[in-house]
Design a protein around this ligand. Sequence first.
Ligand SMILES: *Cc1c(COP(=O)(O)O)cnc(C)c1O
Length: 379
Amino acid sequence: MNFIDDLLKQRKEDNNFRTLDPVSSRNGCIITVNGKEYIDFSSNDYLGLSGHPEMIKAVKEAAEKWGTGSASSRLLSGDNILFHELEEKTAVFKSKEASLVFNSGYQANTGIISALYSKEDVIFADKLVHASIIDGILLSGAKMFRFSHNDTGHLKELLIKNRKRFKNALIVTESVFSMDGDTAPLKELAAIKNENDCMLMADEAHATGIFGDKGSGMVEREGVSESVELVMGTFSKALGSFGAYLACSKKIKEYLVNTCRSFIYSTALPPAVIAANLKSLELVKKEPERRKKLLELSVYFKKQIEENGFEVRSTSQIIPVVIGENEEAVKVSKKLKEKGFRAMPVRYPTVPKGQARIRFSLSSLHTKEMIDEALNALK
Ligand SMILES: *Cc1c(COP(=O)(O)O)cnc(C)c1O
């Protein structure tokens, strides 16, 4: 059992020991932890939909009608009509032929990639993609190459050297990166994948509900939905609920219903969650002012932070402020906490050594005043 003590000790020495910190109440972007109120800059509830009265009403009504659980996996009797309505609407929202709902983004990425690819195949992944994508690739057994973050030149080099030795190939990226808040060059990636006989997958976890005229994501904004065969995203962030989707062709959906282990071997999401997901799509359409305000606040935050001499690479509502060493970032986060702000440190090994940062994620529920206060505290 020594390995357990050793790891815990090492984590503490590295300032990388994680603990849980339960929230006792949440009211918009104000949370209470241990009896103290904080302005929350660490949530992914970007549009504040998780507390929207219409979302709550939809959940209540669905629970009254269907009960709390879905009773079984979708291939047994867990597949109720709400899933089909949600999948049709998601497909329209994402401008794809079809969509398939997954129990979480983590289960979507691990399941989709490992169902489609195997030992004879090759996958080219951006250096900064989410852990769930990496785990999906490892599970698939495909050969993996990582290209430098958003570096299409490096990707092309890797393709020239390696593509032909393998059967099927995938290029995978996030459309908005969860740790850096910058965006992938989707148009260029679409051209590259066409030239190299690959499929392209984009994880829109942090873009869904926010970017593009319809608010469906970066794939919409960049006009590449035909070129991105696998458009994955979640209902758990800007959409304020839970679960995930893949928007794709009818054929790929049929293939996954028949082969994807994380889809097949897990109980279907509760009907009330699906009802909330349906409502969230409606609200994104009906209340575009939420995403408009979020993007305005993001621009404002970035401008202020740049004027204070910090470097900002973000082009989204996720704004990391690079501090340096793990220890420093932890200290800054603690100081912010003392002053009533929750903004989490992101440390090595999640980000490169010496680039530990404080990650601010904005919500349409924040105000300019709250941002000014947080920046003052940061200074
Ligand atoms: C949050 C996230 C996921 C996982 O989604 P969950 O629904 O929380 O499991 C996948 N990919 C990215 C990029 C994410 O940020």
